[in-house]
Design a protein around this ligand. Structure first.
Ligand code: HPA
Length: 278
């Protein structure tokens, strides 16, 4: 696999998807670990497994179906990723943004991205939903920026602004949608770490010190690529566990998937409300 994504690769993937669907999605959705059920209500839908799409990074993780579901949600054409690949699976960082660029070339204008995350803010517990107000791109600071490599001018400029990564209007729509359904979301700052190992208590103290509310292993590279390409972004974390700041508990992937069951109806309410309001 090459290190960097090219426009030709992206357009090959777009052609493969277009050959299997006639929908023209305007909204892209990424459903994270244990959160994929939201896509099951799309009917009729076109299903395209990631392995059928050239160059697409395939997820190997339990809890990720690994397919695109394309159809209407709240009467709007959407393109849903049921599961995603992560950097820790071994893909070059540039490929973690590949699906976003495919969405952009398909005509998507809004990205709603979800993830399962550990609650670093002591007020957050399993089953809470956090609207992402901003992120800290620690991986990118360390050199793993998904835009590293030749800039693809068709998407955006070499030095893209990230000061308004999470769209204020979509955030407001998410707050209203939550309130309408009696869901009380938290709000905060998300960090993506490379994973796959969970954090030590000292790691988590560091996260807290630098102003993090929730920690996970995804989303930030996708949002950076989305913003480079001009998408408006809404990010939502489903808190699956309390981060283990004092070393007294153990974090497991099973716990992350279990929390998904409580989180899906809340995310469903917010996402449907936002889509209705777009
Ligand atoms: N840490 C990192 N990623 C996660 C966690 C966590 O505690 N929970 C779910 N994804």
């Amino acid at each position: 696999m090459s290190e960097f994504v090219t426009l030709a690769m992206i357009d090959e993937a777009v052609a493969a998807i277009r050959a299997k669907t006639s929908h023209q999605p305007k909204i892209g959705l990424i459903l994270g670990s244990g959160l994929g059920d939201l896509a099951e209500s799309i009917s009729p839908a076109d299903y395209i497994h990631y392995s059928e799409i050239p160059h697409w990074p395939v997820s190997t993780i339990q809890g990720h179906k690994g397919r695109l579901v394309i159809g209407d949600l709240e009467s709007k054409p959407v393109m849903i990723m049921q599961g995603r690949a992560h950097f820790y699976e071994g893909y070059p960082i540039s490929f973690i943004g590949f699906p976003i660029r495919v969405m952009i070339r398909m005509g998507v204008e809004v990205l709603i991205v979800t993830n399962a995350a550990g609650g670093v803010n002591p007020d957050f517990g399993p089953g809470d939903v956090m609207l992402i107000k901003d992120h800290i791109s620690l991986m990118a600071m360390g050199g793993n920026n998904p835009l590293r490599g030749p800039n693809i001018d068709e998407f955006g400029e070499r030095f893209p602004d990230m000061s308004r990564s999470y769209d204020q209007d979509l955030l407001q729509k998410a707050r209203e949608s939550a309130q309408e359904k009696g869901v009380k979301p938290k709000e905060g700052v998300y960090i993506c770490l490379a994973g796959p190992s969970f954090e030590t208590p000292a790691d988590l103290q560091f996260m807290r010190t630098i102003g993090i509310d929730a920690v996970g292993m995804s989303t930030v590279p996708e949002v950076v690529v989305a913003r480079h390409g001009g998408l408006r972004v809404l990010g939502i974390s489903g808190i699956s566990n309390k981060a283990n700041l004092d070393g007294s508990t153990v974090t497991t992937h099973e716990e992350v998937l279990e929390a998904g069951k409580v989180l899906v109806p809340k995310l469903d309410a917010i996402i449907r409300g936002v889509i209705r309001r777009i």
